[in-house]
Design a protein around this ligand. Structure first.
Ligand code: ZN
Length: 90
């Protein structure tokens, strides 16, 4: 697999095509380790020809999988307990 590791903000374009809010500022909780953060600080892997993978910086769990085909977007959030928008508090 030909993938390139980038910082979380690299997913802004792909996430912006799916979510109506600025997803890189959304808080998350990792389903594997319980770690929390904002998507813009997570690790992003662009997989050429497949899509975008966002991984937890704490445990490497896949938080978000985005697959883009012409006219269609698929998103898999099963590695994420939740996404939170709005004011993020401790
Ligand atoms: Zn984690």
């Amino acid at each position: 697999m030909d993938e390139q590791r980038l910082d979380g903000n690299a997913a802004a374009g792909a996430l912006g095509e799916v979510f109506a809010f600025e997803a890189t500022t959304a808080g998350y909780a990792c389903d594997a380790c319980g770690g929390t953060g904002v998507l813009g600080t997570a690790m992003v892997y662009e997989v050429r020809g497949l899509g975008t993978i966002v991984r937890c910086p704490g445990c490497d769990n896949v938080l978000v999988r985005l697959v883009q085909n012409p006219g269609r977007h698929m998103i898999d959030l099963r590695g994420t307990k939740y996404l939170q928008i709005g004011e993020i508090s401790g």
